[in-house]
Write a protein that binds this ligand. Structure first.
Ligand code: 5CA
Length: 430
């Protein structure tokens, strides 16, 4: 992508209404624009990040045996009357009336819809287990939308739902999902901490929240250093993994038991702050019972399937990753989710040697390269590349260019190398 032709409207000024780093940086880097309170448009570079995050989430959900589908954003109120949550949900639900005076709503979550879909699609206990999921926009009419995409009204969520014949099956699904979550967040270059949580509006009696460590986080997190080193993720056996996550490497917040905390050897005890990026729930038969989803089991008896639900805040993750990975100059994208892998900075637009090298690099990098081909001062290009946070910057100046050399900069460490064009490219793609 050529920066001169792109719709990436970087801002020189710091927006005054943005209170925290990720919100300021997303606006300044031209990733998002607010269209109404808590409702954002995703501009090309922001949308590229959102897509990369979605793709990692998708691959790990598929790996865990979940199946992707897509449910609508608008739901019928009748579905929610069946579960009894239509009235209970309160003002956070955006209620809509259509031209025939039918009650609709913009879905804040999908337990009712998926329960009715699976209920109408499954005839036998042999069709279980099932774990459908989708990645879809949700709407919650938050009283105080704030912090940009961290607490929006419209936001993108991955929500998966498991249906099993018994408790053992539901628990196995829950454990498998926890493993998928930890792998998902690790692939995004962030440290996530699983913590026991309350079930709130959703229901059920077993739940974990996943928090990404960031100093600006809303919740206090007390955790085992094993989560930071990645040791906690080395286990591939689901049972052992779950045991480690929940009892060996403990984590807790201020509200929860200090007995758990005391179990961590003191040299591994860490305190930090976190942003909730996902939550998983064992739901039991709350929805299958309320919505009369019963099937005949192997023993000929009717039973209500055991359910679980598993959410990831996909759009929130964009802000949360920035909270965890930035400095005074701007964003520091982890490679896996960066909008562009490398920026190509042409320090003398119109010079035959620099133009030639930049065009060549741009072609070879394809969609993952952002070519700053504007008639701008070098200082402006450097500052903007740091702000946008590309993992690599390939700096092409006239002196090096005549000898076929470029300067390569790694955003995260500030390291610099002078390299031949092809060697720089190999390093960037490696
Ligand atoms: N039905 C379950 C999961 S399938 C559910 O709704 N869970 S939730 O309420 O915990 O939401 C899942 C995730 O969505 C949260 O962990 C959070 O990361 C994200 N989320 C929730 N509310 C917002 C919001 N207002 N803005 C951005 N992300 C949000």
């Amino acid at each position: 992508m050529r920066l001169s032709k792109s719709l990436i409207p970087a801002l020189k000024e710091t927006p005054s209404d943005a209170q925290i780093a990720s919100h300021r940086l997303m606006l300044r880097a031209g990733m998002i624009r607010q269209m109404a309170s808590g409702i954002y448009a995703w501009l090309p570079s922001g949308y590229r990040v959102l897509n990369k995050i979605m793709q990692i989430v998708r691959e790990e959900q598929d790996q865990a045996g979940a199946q992707e589908m897509l449910m609508p954003t608008i739901q019928s109120a009748d579905l929610w009357r069946e579960s009894g949550r239509y009235d209970a949900y309160g003002k956070e639900m955006l209620r809509i009336t259509d031209r025939h005076a039918r009650d609709l709503l913009y879905g804040p979550t999908n337990e009712e819809m998926i329960t009715s879909l699976v209920r109408d699609s499954i005839k036998s206990y042999r069709d279980l287990p099932q774990t459908p999921y989708h990645i879809q926009w949700k709407f919650r009419d938050e009283v105080r939308p704030r912090f940009g995409v961290l607490r929006g009204r419209e936001f993108l969520m991955k929500d998966a739902y498991s249906f099993d014949v018994d408790y053992a099956g539901a628990l196995a699904a829950y454990k498998k999902m926890m493993l998928a979550y930890m792998r998902t967040f690790q692939r995004m270059g962030i440290t996530a901490i699983p913590m026991r949580a309350d079930t709130g509006q959703i229901g059920g009696d077993l739940s974990h929240e996943f928090h990404v460590l960031a100093s600006t986080g809303e919740s206090g997190v007390f955790y085992d250093a094993a989560f930071e080193t990645g040791d906690a993720l080395a286990e591939t056996d689901v049972e052992l993994f779950y045991q480690k996550m929940t009892s060996i490497y403990a984590a807790t917040d201020e509200k929860h038991d200090t007995a758990q905390w005391a179990k961590i050897p003191s040299e591994r005890q860490r305190e930090g702050r976190g942003i909730e990026i996902g939550q998983i729930f064992y739901l039991g038969q709350k929805y299958s019972q309320a919505m009369n989803f019963a099937i005949t089991g192997a023993d000929g008896q009717r039973f209500f399937p055991e359910m679980g639900c598993y959410g990831i805040g996909v759009s929130r993750l964009v802000g949360a990753i920035i909270e965890a990975r930035h400095d005074e100059a701007g964003i520091i994208w982890p490679d896996a989710v960066a909008p562009y892998r490398a920026a190509i900075l042409n320090l003398r637009q119109g010079d035959a040697a620099t133009d030639g090298i930049c065009e060549n690099l741009h072609t070879q990098l394809g969609a993952d390269g952002l070519y700053d081909d504007r008639e701008e001062r070098a200082g402006v290009k450097f500052a903007e590349a740091d702000l946008m946070g590309h993992p690599w910057q390939i700096i092409v100046g006239p002196r090096g260019a005549v000898n076929g050399l470029v300067e390569l900069k790694r955003r995260a460490t500030g390291e610099r190398w002078e390299l031949a064009v092809q060697d720089a490219l190999t390093k960037v793609l490696g």
